[in-house]
Design a protein around this ligand. Structure first.
Ligand code: ADP
Ligand code: MG
Length: 257
C-alpha cells in the first residue's frame, strides 16, 4: 500500500506571485518514518513549497495528499488535525506567557480546537480529564527537550536556542505523524544545532516522519537518508545523499545560485 509507505505525496504543484513563478511543477513523495531533506539554492521555491504543503498558501494547480486524503488548499489547522504539523516561531504576544502556558495553548493554536471553551455541563468532566492528560503530556515533552527546568520562565526571556526547542516542543504536543521544519537551524549556534538534530534523530527513531527544508546542503547530506533537490520551482533530482552530492546538475545549481 503506497499510502501507508508514503504519507505525503506532492504532485505537479504550481504557484506564481504576479509574474514570478515560485513553484513550477514540483512533484515528490516522503516516505513514512524517514528524515527527508528538501534542499535547493536561495529562491529555489523551498519555502513556497513548504507553505503550499502546510496550507499557508493555496497552489495555482497541483495536489497535496496526506495519508491518502487530498488536503490541497485546506486550512493549516485542518491539516495539522490530520497529523501533519509545522513549527511556528513563537509570536511576540506569546512572550508574556510562560513556557508552560505556551505549551498548554499549543494544541489549540495549531489545531484550532477550543479545548477550554467546551464547558457545557455534560462535557465538563471530559474537559477536566483532557486538561489533566494534556498537562501530563506537556511535562513529558518538556522533559524530552530538557526544558522542564524553565517551565515557569516567560517565553520572551528565553535564549534563541531555548526558543527553538520550545517551538519544536509545541509542534510535538499536537501529536503529529509528520513534522515539517523550514530552516530550523537558521541563527542557531553549533552546540544547539547538534542538540536539535539529536532530538530529531531520536524522534525519527520513535517513528515520526520529518521533512526538513534547508539551504545548507552539508547539514542535510549528513543527517537525511533521502534528499530532494529543488531548483527553479521543480525537482532537479532526488536520492540518497551520496548520489545527490555527486550529481553535477546539483553542484551547478548551487554554484549558479
Ligand atoms: P527558497 O525558500 O527556496 O529560498 P522561496 O519559496 O522563498 O524560495 O521563493 C521562491 C521564489 O518566489 C523567489 O524568487 C521569491 O522571490 C519568490 N517569492 C516567494 N514568496 C513570494 C511572495 N509572497 N511574493 C512574491 N514573490 C515571492
Ligand atoms: Mg526559504
Amino acid at each position: 500500500n503506497v499510502t501507508a509507505e508514503y504519507p505525503l505525496k506532492v504532485e505537479g504543484l504550481h504557484k506564481s506571485f504576479g509574474g514570478i513563478t515560485a513553484v513550477d511543477g514540483a512533484s515528490f513523495e516522503v516516505e513514512r518514518g524517514s528524515l527527508t531533506g528538501l534542499i535547493g539554492p536561495n529562491g529555489a521555491g523551498k519555502s513556497t513549497t513548504f507553505n503550499l504543503i502546510t496550507g499557508m498558501l493555496k497552489p495555482d494547480s497541483g495536489t497535496v495528499t496526506f495519508n491518502g486524503e487530498d488536503v490541497t488548499g485546506m486550512k493549516p489547522h485542518r491539516i495539522a488535525n490530520r497529523g501533519m504539523v509545522r513549527t511556528f516561531q513563537i509570536a511576540r504576544e506569546l512572550g508574556d506567557m510562560t513556557v508552560l502556558e505556551n505549551m498548554m495553548l499549543a494544541p489549540q493554536a495549531q489545531q484550532g480546537e477550543a479545548l477550554w471553551r467546551s464547558v457545557t455541563p455534560g462535557v465538563r468532566d471530559d474537559v477536566i480529564r483532557q486538561e489533566e492528560e494534556l498537562l501530563e503530556r506537556v511535562w513529558e515533552v518538556l522533559d524530552f527537550f530538557d526544558i522542564d527546568h524553565i517551565a515557569e520562565e516567560y517565553a520572551g526571556n528565553l535564549s534563541g536556542g531555548q526558543r527553538k526547542l520550545l517551538e519544536m516542543a509545541r509542534a510535538l504536543l499536537t501529536d503529529p505523524d509528520m513534522l515539517l521544519l523550514d530552516e530550523p537551524f537558521a541563527g542557531v549556534n553549533p552546540t544547539l544545532e547538534k542538540r536539535l538534530l539529536d532530538h530529531i534523530h531520536e524522534l525519527r527513531g520513535q517513528g515520526y516522519t520529518f521533512l526538513l527544508v534547508e539551504h545548507d546542503m552539508d547539514l542535510i547530506m549528513e543527517n537525511c537518508e533521502h534528499v530532494i533537490v529543488l531548483h527553479q520551482g521543480r525537482v532537479l533530482t532526488e536520492g540518497a545523499p551520496e548520489e545527490v552530492k555527486a550529481n553535477e546538475d546539483v553542484i551547478e545549481a548551487y554554484l549558479g545560485g
